[in-house]
Design a protein around this ligand. Structure first.
Ligand SMILES: [Zn+2]
Length: 597
C-alpha cells in the first residue's frame, strides 16, 4: 500500500475526551474516528488490525472444532421473554419498533437465537456435540460509553455456544475453549491471565474471565502469587478470620449517640467503638422486597455477591423514605435486633398498606435478614437501635438477631490471607477481554433445545457460552503495547509489518527506485508493507511511523545510499545501518525472529 493512496489522518494531540492511553492512540494514529458517543468508524489501518485479530480468533476456533455461523443482529423479543432475560438484561438491551409497531431487539449476545436454532435442528445425540460461533456486531445500551472501544454502544464480539449430551461433555467443551482462548490472546501478543468470575445475568455455574492487567481496567482482580488463585473482586473470597468472640457481657444496653450516624463517628470520642465491633445495617430492595443486610463495620458490601446469593434479578439501596417507613429510623441508627424491628411489632394494617404504597412487598412479621459470614458468632457488638440518636451495645448475633441466612457478602481487600494457602492476596486492575461460561441446561430447558438420548429418553442439551470482545481486544493490545512515541504493535496484528520511508520521493530518483524495488520484493514474499511516498519532511515521516507503530521501518536517504546503505529500525529496537542489497533478507530474518517470540 502507498501511504498517499490510503487514509491515515494522524493527530499531534488527542481530543480531550480521550481519557486512557489506548483511546488516545487509536485516535492519534488515525485508526478510528468517533461518530457519536460509543460509536466509531474504523479507518483503513484500524480495520486491518481488527481483521487480523478476527483472523487469529477464527483460526483458533476452527482448530478447536467450533463451526462458524452468522446470526442476525435483529432479534424478536419473544425468545428473550422465553428465556427470562427480557427483564434481567433490560437495562442494556437496545429496543426498537418497526413500522408495524412490532418490537425488536438489537443483539447484545445470542444465547436465545442459537438455542432456538438448536431446538429446531438438533434432535439426536448423534448430532452432538456441537459448538457454533460467530464474529459479529453487538449492541449494548451503555448509559456512559467511555474509553473508546472498551465500553462502546456498538462493538464486535466473537460469541460461541456449545451443546453437549452430558455434563462431562460440556466440561470438555469448556476446557477446549479455555485452551483456545489462551492461544488466541498469546498470538495477539497479549499477556492475559484467567480469573474465576461471577456468572451474572448470563447464568450458569462455572466461569472464567481472561484479563489483561492494566491500571485503566474497569475490573478489579484479587490474586495470590503463592498459589495462583485469581478471581474477579465480584466473586473473590479470602481466608480472613471471623470476628473474635467476647464475653457476652450482660444484657443489651441502649445508649444515646446524638449526631453519630457513621461507623467512623461511633469509633471516635466519646463512644470509641472500633469499627470491627460494629454491625453495619444496610437496607436493600431486591425485586421489590426489602431486605436487611448485616456486615461488619469495617467491611464493604459486595452487590454482585448479594445478587448471586439471593438470586435476585435487581437490587438497589432503599431510599431514606423507604427506610423510615420500614424501620422507623434514619440511616445511621439502623439495626436488626429483633426487639427493635418495627414491622414485627406492627399489627396495624395501615402500616403494611403504607409499605405497599411505596411499592414494597412485605408480609406481616416477614423480612429477610441476611448476614455476612464474618459476623457469625460475634457478640459484644454495637448496632443502631432503630431510633434516631440511639445505639445498642452488648449485642450478640446469636442471641439478639434472627438471621434468615448467612452468606459471604463482603468485598475482599488487599493483604487478606488467601483462602487456599494463607499468603496475602493482592488486588490489581484489569481489562476483561474474554469469558467462558458453563451454562448447564438453563437455556436449553427454557427454549426446548432437547435431544433423544441413546436410551430413547429426551434430555435438554448441556450448554456453554464463550465470548471475546474483538474490538476491545484490539484496543487492549494498544493499552499494553505503547511508549511515549506511539503504538508498539506485535507483528501478528500490526496494520502493516514494514514501513518503507524514502526521504526523497521524486519519481525516478535513486532513493525512490530502491524504495519501490524493496516494496515489490517484500510484497512478493507475502509481507504487509506500506510505502510512505508522501512529500514530507523526514521528521514528520519518522514521527508518524513511530506513532502508528509499524514493527519495522526501512529508512532510505540520499546520504546513506551514497555509502550503499539503508537504515533498518525495529519499532522497539535500535537503528541499524545495512548494505542496501541485504535489505530484504535482513527484514525477512527480523520478521521471523519476531514472529517466533
Ligand atoms: Zn494462595
Amino acid at each position: 500500500m502507498k501511504w498517499t493512496q490510503t487514509l491515515i489522518p494522524t493527530l499531534r494531540e488527542a481530543p480531550s475526551d480521550a481519557e486512557i492511553v489506548s483511546h488516545k492512540l487509536l485516535l492519534r494514529a488515525g485508526l478510528i474516528r468517533k461518530l457519536a458517543g460509543g460509536v466509531y468508524t474504523f479507518l483503513p489501518l484500524g480495520l486491518r488490525a481488527l481483521r487480523k485479530v478476527e483472523q487469529i480468533i477464527r483460526e483458533e476456533m476452527d482448530r478447536a472444532g467450533a463451526i462458524e455461523v452468522l446470526m442476525p443482529a435483529l432479534q424478536p423479543p419473544e425468545i428473550w421473554q422465553q428465556s427470562g432475560r427480557y427483564e434481567t438484561a433490560g437495562n442494556v438491551l437496545f429496543k426498537l419498533k418497526d413500522s408495524g409497531n412490532r418490537e425488536w431487539l438489537l443483539s447484545p449476545t445470542a444465547e436465545e437465537v442459537i438455542t432456538t436454532l438448536a431446538a429446531n435442528e438438533i434432535n439426536s445425540y448423534r448430532q452432538l456435540p456441537k459448538n457454533f460461533y460467530q464474529i459479529s456486531v453487538k449492541f449494548r445500551d451503555e448509559i456512559r460509553p467511555r474509553f473508546g472501544l472498551m465500553r462502546a454502544k456498538e462493538f464486535i464480539m466473537k460469541d460461541a455456544y456449545s451443546f453437549d449430551t452430558t455434563d462431562e461433555g460440556a466440561m470438555a467443551a469448556y476446557k477446549k475453549m479455555y485452551d483456545a482462548y489462551t492461544r488466541i490472546f498469546a498470538r495477539c501478543g497479549l499477556k492475559t491471565f484467567p480469573v474465576e468470575a461471577d456468572t451474572g445475568v448470563i447464568g450458569g455455574n462455572y466461569s472464567h474471565e481472561f484479563m489483561v492487567p492494566a491500571e485503566t481496567g474497569e475490573n478489579e482482580v484479587a490474586f495470590c502469587e503463592a498459589c495462583g488463585y485469581a478471581a474477579n473482586i465480584e466473586k473473590a473470597t479470602s481466608g480472613i478470620p471471623k470476628t473474635a468472640a467476647r464475653e457476652i457481657g450482660g444484657a443489651i444496653e441502649k445508649f444515646a449517640t446524638p449526631g453519630a450516624v457513621t461507623i467512623e463517628a461511633l469509633s471516635k470520642e466519646p463512644y470509641k467503638v472500633p469499627a470491627n465491633r460494629q454491625i453495619k445495617t444496610l437496607v436493600y430492595i431486591a425485586d421489590s422486597k426489602p431486605i436487611l443486610i448485616l456486615i461488619r463495620g469495617d467491611d464493604q458490601l459486595n452487590e454482585t455477591k448479594l445478587l448471586a446469593k439471593t438470586g435476585a434479578v435487581a437490587a438497589r439501596p432503599a431510599t431514606p423514605g423507604e427506610i423510615y417507613a420500614l424501620l422507623g429510623a434514619h440511616p445511621g441508627s439502623l439495626g436488626a435486633v429483633s426487639l427493635t424491628l418495627k414491622f414485627k411489632l406492627m399489627d396495624r394494617r395501615e402500616y403494611f398498606d403504607e409499605l405497599k404504597n411505596l411499592g414494597l412487598i412485605v408480609a406481616k412479621g416477614e423480612i429477610q435478614v441476611l448476614a455476612d459470614e464474618r459476623l457469625r458468632g460475634a457478640n459484644g457488638m454495637t448496632t443502631g437501635a432503630n431510633e434516631d440518636g440511639y445505639h445498642l451495645r452488648n449485642v450478640s448475633m446469636e442471641r439478639d438477631i434472627k438471621v434468615t441466612a448467612w452468606f459471604d457478602l463482603r468485598t475482599v481487600t488487599a493483604g487478606e490471607p488467601c483462602a487456599k494457602c494463607g499468603k496475602p492476596l493482592k488486588i490489581r486492575r484489569a481489562i476483561e477481554v474474554g469469558h467462558v461460561f458453563k451454562l448447564g441446561t438453563k437455556y436449553s430447558e427454557k427454549l426446548n433445545a432437547t435431544f433423544l438420548d441413546v436410551d430413547g429418553s429426551r434430555k435438554p442439551s448441556v450448554m456453554g457460552c464463550y465470548g471475546i470482545g474483538v474490538t476491545r481486544t484490539m484496543q487492549a493490545v494498544i493499552e499494553q503495547g505503547n511508549d511515549k512515541d506511539g503504538v508498539i504493535w506485535p507483528l501478528s496484528v500490526a496494520p502493516y509489518q514494514v514501513c518503507i520511508t524514502p526521504l526523497a520521493v521524486a519519481p525516478k530518483s535513486q532513493v525512490m527506485q530502491l524504495a519501490e524495488k524493496i516494496y515489490a520484493e517484500l510484497t512478493a514474499k507475502g509481507v504487509d508493507v506500506i510505502l510512505d511516498d508522501r512529500d514530507e519532511r523526514p521528521g514528520v515521516k519518522f514521527k508518524d511511523s513511530e506513532l502508528v507503530g509499524f514493527p519495522i521501518r526501512i529508512g532510505i536517504g540520499e546520504k546513506s545510499l551514497a555509502k550503499g546503505e539503508v537504515e533498518i529500525k525495529p519499532r522497539n529496537g535500535v537503528l541499524q545501518p545495512i548494505k542496501s542489497e541485504d535489505t530484504v533478507p535482513a527484514v525477512m530474518r527480523l520478521l521471523e525472529e519476531n514472529m517466533a517470540k
